[in-house]
Design a protein around this ligand. Structure first.
Ligand code: C5P
Length: 276
């Protein structure tokens, strides 16, 4: 049995530069990851099986459209594997929430399949499969702090992110990535700043924040509330939202903030974690 964590991804900065002719947007983004997320478990089996457990399992499709199944099938086709497997996805991250979710699950499936069938984890074909599955899947495959360009698939590692406690908060409203990109005002506000990862995070922006806030005004409440806590070093929305994050030097400050948020807003999803 192989167990792979599918950690939540954060865009510490996300600069949208232009809309391309293919409908995608040219990005510059700083990806980072936390230690918690979904879990993908793969076991040898007599026939293929796929099930979803966990707090966000409800309503998810388990057919061939699920990114986990698409990742499994693409791996098989590329690496010439036919053995049946049972896959269980434990879904702990909210759906359509800007923190990777399905992309992280697809990447974890590729890593798990590679381990199970003894493929080299550095095999370039895994990155090629990942890029075909979605813009964030290559970053999730590597799972470490990286600058992404293009659709987010042209990646380079970057150092300089200090250990930090992270609080992820989602107002409980799913948000379509395509809808948020479509609402972007098409103003290029400039490239990522230069420097190490922490400098980029501090001086960068999320250009999708205004667009996402028009679709889900509750994002304003989340950002406003997180900004008013002591010990917070950075507050921003991740990806196309609606999840926002706050970064802290101290795990105690993060825990205090989480307790207050949970008491004030029982309907909000709240994950107390740390950067990996
Ligand atoms: O590639 P992925 O399937 O993750 O993208 C989901 C949607 O998000 C795309 O269909 C597109 O509308 C939008 N998107 C975009 N520009 C990007 C990434 C995603 O417009 N760089």
């Amino acid at each position: 049995m192989i167990v792979e964590t599918a950690p939540a991804k954060l865009n510490l900065a996300l600069h949208v530069r232009r809309r391309r002719d293919d409908g995608y947007h040219e990005l510059e983004t700083l990806f980072a990851f936390v230690v918690d997320g979904d879990t993908v478990t793969i076991s040898p089996a007599d026939h293929d099986a796929f099930s979803i457990t966990g707090p966000f399992a409800d309503g998810l499709i388990t057919d061939a459209d699920n990114l986990v199944i698409r990742a499994r099938d693409a791996f098989r086709q590329t690496f010439g594997v036919t053995d049946p497997v049972e896959i269980v996805l434990d879904k702990r991250l909210p759906i359509a929430s800007g923190i990777g979710g399905g992309s992280a699950d697809a990447a974890a499936t590729l890593r798990a399949m590679a381990r199970m069938f003894s493929a080299d984890p550095a095999d370039d074909r895994l990155t090629t499969i990942a890029a075909a599955l979605g813009s964030d899947v290559p970053a999730c495959l590597f799972g470490r702090t990286m600058v992404g360009r293009g659709r987010g698939e042209r990646l380079r590692g970057i150092a300089g992110l200090p250990p930090m406690a992270a609080l992820l908060v989602n107002p409980g409203i799913a948000l379509s990535t395509a809808a948020v990109f479509a609402a972007w005002d098409r103003v290029d506000r400039g490239p990522l700043p230069t420097g190490d990862a922490w400098a980029i995070a501090l001086e960068g922006r999320n250009d999708l924040e205004p667009a996402a806030r028009t679709v889900v005004p509750a994002i304003d409440l989340v950002l406003g509330r997180l900004s008013r806590f002591g010990g917070v070093r950075l507050v921003r929305m991740s990806g196309s939202g609606a999840t926002c994050f706050a970064l802290f030097d101290s795990a105690a400050d993060c825990a205090t903030t989480a307790a207050i948020i949970r008491a004030e807003h029982p309907g909000w999803w709240c994950l107390e974690t740390e950067l990996s």
